[in-house]
Design a binder for this molecule. Structure first.
Ligand SMILES: Nc1ncnc2c1ncn2[C@@H]1O[C@H](COP(=O)(O)OP(=O)(O)O)[C@@H](O)[C@H]1O
Ligand SMILES: [Mg+2]
Length: 341
C-alpha cells in the first residue's frame, strides 16, 4: 500500500449536480457512476493518509470562500468541471483559488481557457507549426458561409464543449446544406459558436501526460471501431463514447495503441509535449489526435484536467507505465504544491 511521507490537509472540490446537501455529506452520491472519478480520487487521497474534506459546488461562490477560511487546506484537489452548468467556468473556479493563494491541482485559468476555446487553441498550435485540421468558426447570429479553402468532408462541433457533447453522425457533413444545418443546430441547441473542421481520416489516439516542466508521456490509448464498415467514417460520437449497447453493436473499444512504424510513436510524444506547453497545461493533461494513413500527426484537441476515473484513459495509461492510481494522485498533489512555489 502506498502511503504519503507527509500528511496534507486536502480539500476535494467538485461540481455537484444541483444544490449540494447542506451538510455536504456526499456519501450517497459518491457511490454512483456520476461521481466515480471523485470517489476514486477521494478514496486514493485517504488511502495515502491525507486528511480529506469534500466540498460540492453548484452555483454559489460563498461556500468555497467559507470552507477555505474555516478549514484552510494545504492543497485543493480541483475536480470541478463546471459551475452553474457552464463548463467554461472551470477556469473561474481555478481563478478564485489562485486569488485566495491556495495551491490547487491541475491547470491554471490560462490553460483551461486556451484549451476550452478550441479555435484559439488551434491558432496557437498553428503558430508552433503543429498540424491541426483546417477550420473556421461561426458565432451565433453571423452569416454561415463556407470558405472555399475548407474542403468536404467537414466535421462540425461545438467550439467550447467536451466529452463529445453535440457530436453525432450528423456532425460529418459532405455538402453545403448539411453544413449549414449542423452549424444552426449547434447555435440553436447548444448556444455556442460552431467549429467547422476538415475531417481527418486515421487512427484516433489519446496521449496522457504528467508534469509541470519536465513531462512524462504515458503509453498511448486508441479507440478502435471494429464493426463499423470500411466505407463508413469513424469518429467518437456521444453515443460511441458513453452508450455501452451502442459500443457493443459497432465493436467500439478503447485499447492500448499498437506501436506505429517509422518512429511515429516518438514523434507523437514530442508533438504532445509541445502541445501541452503551448497551451499552458499544468499537472496532468490528455491530447487527442489522429494519425493519417500517410503518417501525419494531426492534433484534434487538448484536455487539461482530464477525467481521473480509474477506468478512464488517463489512469489506465499511467497504470500501464507502472504508476498505480494512488501514486498518480500523490504525484498530481505534489505537482500542485510545486507549481505554487
Ligand atoms: N477534424 C476531425 N476529424 C475527424 N474526427 C474528428 C475531428 N474533430 C473531432 N473528431 C471526432 O470527434 C470526437 C470528439 O471531438 P473532440 O474535438 O475531441 O471533442 P470533445 O471535447 O467533445 O472530446 C473525436 O474524438 C473524434 O472522433
Ligand atoms: Mg476529445
Amino acid at each position: 500500500m502506498v502511503r504519503a511521507k507527509q500528511r496534507y490537509k486536502v480539500l476535494a472540490l467538485f461540481g455537484s449536480a444541483g444544490t449540494p446537501p447542506a451538510d455536504q455529506d456526499f456519501s450517497k452520491e459518491l457511490k454512483t457512476d456520476d461521481f466515480a472519478a471523485e470517489a476514486h480520487v477521494i478514496g486514493a487521497l485517504k488511502q495515502l493518509g491525507h486528511e480529506v474534506r469534500t466540498l460540492g459546488i453548484w452555483d454559489e461562490v460563498a461556500p468555497i470562500l467559507d470552507e477555505i477560511k474555516t478549514n484552510p487546506p494545504d492543497v485543493v484537489f480541483n475536480l470541478t468541471e463546471h459551475f452553474n452548468e457552464v463548463s467554461a467556468y472551470d477556469r473561474n473556479v481555478a481563478g478564485l483559488l489562485e486569488m485566495l493563494g491556495v495551491p490547487y491541482t491541475g491547470s491554471s485559468p490560462t490553460g483551461l481557457t486556451l484549451c476550452k476555446n478550441k479555435g484559439m487553441a488551434k491558432e496557437l498550435l498553428a503558430f508552433h507549426k503543429i498540424l491541426v485540421p483546417n477550420f473556421a468558426i461561426y458565432s451565433p447570429g453571423t452569416t454561415i458561409k463556407r470558405p472555399s479553402r475548407l474542403k468536404f468532408p467537414l466535421f462540425i462541433k461545438p467550439a467550447e464543449d467536451e466529452a463529445s457533447y453535440g457530436i453525432s453522425l450528423d456532425s460529418f457533413v459532405e455538402n453545403d446544406d448539411a453544413f449549414e444545418e449542423r452549424i444552426r443546430f449547434i447555435h440553436e441547441r447548444m448556444n455556442q459558436p460552431a467549429l467547422a473542421e476538415e475531417f481527418i481520416e486515421g487512427r484516433e489516439i489519446y496521449v496522457s501526460l504528467l508534469g509541470n516542466d519536465s513531462l512524462r508521456v504515458f503509453p498511448f490509448r486508441e479507440v478502435i471501431f471494429t464493426q463499423v464498415p470500411d466505407d463508413q467514417p469513424k469518429f467518437s460520437t456521444f453515443k460511441a463514447k458513453w452508450d455501452d449497447a451502442y459500443r457493443k453493436r459497432w465493436g467500439i473499444q478503447n485499447v492500448f495503441a499498437e506501436p506505429f512504424p517509422n518512429g511515429t510513436d516518438q514523434r507523437i510524444a514530442k508533438i504532445c509535449k509541445a502541445v501541452y506547453r503551448a497551451l499552458r497545461i499544468r499537472g496532468y493533461g490528455r491530447i487527442d489526435l489522429r494519425v493519417t494513413p500517410a503518417g501525419e500527426i494531426v492534433v484534434l484537441e487538448a484536455n487539461p484536467n482530464p477525467n481521473l476515473d480509474r477506468d478512464d484513459e488517463f489512469a489506465q495509461s499511467a497504470n500501464k507505465a507502472g504508476v498505480s492510481f494512488p501514486r498518480l494522485v500523490q504525484r498530481i498533489v505534489k505537482l500542485a504544491l510545486m507549481a505554487a512555489h
